[in-house]
Design a protein around this ligand. Structure first.
Ligand code: PLP
Length: 379
């Protein structure tokens, strides 16, 4: 089976798995315990946290661990708006966001927050700084945007938006899930909070990081013990934290090489399909991360194609993992200007640093054969 659904989740890196084994088996102490097991765990926790902070250029105290990006995004969005009366408070976000932000914005809206959902320019899957600037209001409490889109890979110019946010003193929350490991970046000063999930960069599930600048004051989402400076209660997931630190170390050392390889393979994949098949459209925004290829195959039903590909040995998806299974065509593609039919007929292939060139050649052979076969059935 060829796995091309890495924007949904990635296989765990065997070296990371090996690296964290001792945390389950020997060094399993609770960092809050005073005995030597606990103290050993605490030492390791502080070390790993500092390393993760260093990757993003922030202090250890600005790194919060959550169960994943969904929790981190909820922590910032709900934590910020729970401070005072929600009436006459404004949230600026977009219609391209992952459900983790989009549905949370909908809940806040029901609670009285006024929400603006920015739309992308036609054909582009990203939000412009000009659109953000035009939509800011005197009562805007938060700007929440994704850096890279998980369905198309489109990159929003967070650097420019961060400058605006900094100048206007408005907190900017960035969903970095589809960016980390797929494109090089430096966290701008104007980004007040940044969330991502470990399982998208080859760690286990159940661990996420939220970078929370000291200047941002939030009501915690999960109350409990005094862990994580009271910002997120509960015993820390040390194996998960150590796994993220290892994954980021790998990116620091070899990230450029990984990204170049992934981009080469993605472009090879698209090039081969375009030259062998007619009626293929790439949903290719101008600026796109290295690993994502969202393709429309004219005359083929997307759902049938996914099922047939799975049978033939290629795992791909419609877009957001959470919404595949539901037949509603992608909101993101429709916002970019695609018709419902085009959105429904589109399939996302996403690569990782573990994808090989042999897999790409074989995947192309299977996709070409399957699309031709499905097209022949409707002639
Ligand atoms: N944001 C984006 C862009 C995503 O792709 C995802 C998951 O697919 C999330 C947020 C939520 O991440 P998780 O499901 O790991 O909490």
């Amino acid at each position: 089976m060829i796995y091309l659904d890495n924007n949904s989740t990635t296989p765990m890196d065997p070296l990371i798995l090996k690296g964290i084994y001792s945390l389950f088996h020997d060094s399993y102490g609770n960092p809050s315990s005073t005995h030597s097991y606990g103290q050993e765990a605490k030492k390791r926790l502080l070390k790993e946290t500092a390393e993760i902070g260093a990757f993003f250029g922030v202090k250890r105290e600005e790194v919060i661990f959550t169960s994943g990006a969904t929790e981190g995004l909820n922590l910032v969005m709900r934590g910020l708006f729970s401070h005072s009366s929600k009436a006459s408070q404004h949230l600026l976000t977009s219609s391209l966001e992952h459900e983790a932000v989009f549905q949370t914005a909908k809940v806040l809206e029901k609670e009285g927050v006024e929400v603006t959902y920015l739309a992308p320019l036609k054909g582009e899957g990203a939000i412009t700084a000009a659109a953000v600037l035009a939509a800011i209001r005197p009562d805007t409490r938060l700007i929440a945007l994704m850096w890279a889109n998980n369905e198309t890979g489109a990159l929003t110019s967070i650097e420019e938006i961060a400058e605006i946010a900094l100048k206007r003193q408005i907190p900017l929350l960035v969903d970095g899930v589809a960016l980390v490991g797929k494109d090089p970046f430096v966290l701008p000063l104007g980004v007040s909070a940044f969330c991502f999930s470990g399982h998208k960069i080859h760690t286990q599930k159940g661990i996420g990081v939220t970078i929370l600048r000291k200047s941002l004051s939030l009501t915690p989402l999960i109350t409990g013990g005094p862990q994580q400076l009271g910002k997120r209660g509960g015993t820390e997931n040390l194996p998960g934290i150590a796994a993220i630190a290892m994954a980021l170390q790998g990116l620091k050392a070899d990230g450029e090489h990984y990204i170049a390889k992934i981009r080469y393979l993605r472009d090879l994949f698209e090039g081969k399909l375009l030259s062998a098949l007619e009626g293929v459209k790439i949903h290719a925004p101008r600026k796109r991360v290295s690993n994502t290829s969202n393709l429309f195959f004219a005359g083929v039903n997307g759902e049938s194609l996914l099922i047939a590909l799975d049978r033939e040995g290629v795992a791909a998806s419609h877009g957001a993992a959470c919404s595949s299974g539901a037949l509603e065509p992608s909101r993101v593609l429709q916002m970019m200007g695609c018709s419902r039919e085009e959105a429904a007929g589109s399939v996302r292939f996403s690569l990782s640093r573990m994808t090989t060139e042999e897999e790409i050649h074989e995947a192309c052979r299977i996709v070409i054969h399957t699309v031709n076969h499905l097209r022949s059935l409707i002639k």
